[in-house]
Design a protein around this ligand. Structure first.
Ligand SMILES: [Zn+2]
Length: 193
């Protein structure tokens, strides 16, 4: 039975590495995979999913307003596909998560989504909220805070390492970086009592 999977984590937990490894495992057994990631800039065409440990693979892209059921139907009409992998799944729209669920149910293709659970202000991303509601199976990719506890939150810092408490949910191309923390250290960093 095909299922909709959601692998969630905070930043720097290696989710792209896990995605690429899982896709590799399929291909090693002669099966075909279809990789899709979020299109966040103006570049058309193929994108790349790359991991911090140096492995990468080419991927198609999804963007806001796009019908993913139609996209997957088209891909399946072009040839067999055993599993679909979606990176940056936090950027999916709620409607697009329903389209993925429909593809799993009606086209019987497994879909594995990988994404961040919450943003730097501790709010669920829309795609992640829908995936938490609709997916058949969920798994957490873990990483740890500097104190050794499980990191479930993330802070955004500027180039000097100063924690930013405000800003847009998505920022592209800036000099900010992200640090994963446990909830207690996130509260201390964000000034939440
Ligand atoms: Zn901590």
């Amino acid at each position: 039975m095909a299922k909709l999977y959601f692998h969630y984590s905070t930043m720097n937990a290696g989710k792209s590495t896990i995605l690429l490894q899982a896709s590799y495992n399929y291909r090693e057994r002669g099966m075909r995979t279809y990789l899709i990631t979020a299109r966040l800039d103006n570049r058309a065409g193929q994108a790349k999913i790359s991991s911090r440990i140096g492995i990468a693979d080419l991927a198609d892209t999804f963007e806001a307003g796009e019908d993913l059921f139609a996209k997957i139907t088209k891909r399946l009409s072009e040839g067999p596909c055993d599993c679909i992998f979606i990176d940056e799944a936090q950027f999916l729209e709620k409607e697009q998560v329903w389209q993925l669920a429909r593809a799993v149910d009606d086209l019987t293709v497994p879909i594995m989504c990988y994404g961040l659970r919450v943003d730097f202000q501790g709010e669920l991303f829309p795609g992640s909220a829908a995936l938490l509601a609709l997916s058949d199976e969920m798994r957490e990719a873990r990483t740890i805070c500097h104190c050794g506890k499980k990191a479930s939150m993330v802070v955004r810092t500027d180039e000097d390492g100063k924690v930013l408490r405000d800003g847009d949910q998505v920022q592209i191309g800036g000099n900010e970086t992200y640090v994963s923390l446990c909830r207690r250290h996130w509260r201390l960093a964000m000034g939440k009592t």
